[in-house]
Design a protein around this ligand. Sequence first.
Ligand code: ADP
Ligand code: ADP
Length: 226
Amino acid sequence: KGHIDLRDIRVSFTQNGAALDAVRGVTLDVKPGEFVSVVGPSGCGKSTLLNIVAGFLKPSAGEARVDGLPISGPGADRGVVFQQYSLFPWLKVRENVEFGLKMQGMGRAERESRARTLLGLAGLLSFENHYPDQLSGGMKQRVGIVRALATGPQVLLMDEPFGALDAQTRVVMQEILTNMWQQLRLSVLFITHDIEESIFLSDKVYVMTARPGRIKAEIPIPLPRP
Ligand code: ADP
Ligand code: ADP
């Protein structure tokens, strides 16, 4: 479960009447339980690819599948984390995490137990009753990750999740994310422009070039993990 498969993806836009390809001929895959990064300069199409897997954007050509099924829209099998933490400021930390579960109609006790388990993994259990405003940037982003994981997705999609954080916090976040990923064994597609970050985190790194965005290299990272 959690196999992402993009084949020969092209995304075209019309700009000033001219057709432009944002990405062209992109083929990539994330095997179940794998941590895969996509790196490349700004504008090379990283977010475009992530939005296709998330189901927010349809490719102009090519095939996009998760577990063999064509992606037709967003789904609970795929959690998404963006650079900007989009927490509800009027809800406490645990209420933020439980929100999606509540929408699914899950009972209070089960919601609470699931949220507390995940908050514990992220080292945030003692902050469950805080409001987002009372947390640091790194902590807010950890809540964002926990919230994306709450519904039990097989795939976690992350678009520059640590882009707004200072260097020291980033390193801490990378370690926390690695720990969570190892415990939860889900597939991760991680977008970053930071090659060092991608190497530290990933089993495999795709390097893209811009205009139009293409995969330039696919690099397995055979080193033992921290
Ligand atoms: P990054 O993903 O590196 O933060 P942005 O999302 O800001 O980069 O987008 C990179 C470039 O793509 C920018 O020049 C921006 O103007 C352009 N862009 C992004 N989204 C759109 C859009 N919906 N329409 C037109 N141009 C866009
Ligand atoms: P990255 O995430 O690598 O910064 P993006 O996926 O945001 O790149 O953008 C890839 C390219 O597609 C950019 O050149 C951007 O200008 C273009 N682009 C993205 N969205 C749109 C859009 N809606 N209309 C026109 N161009 C877009």
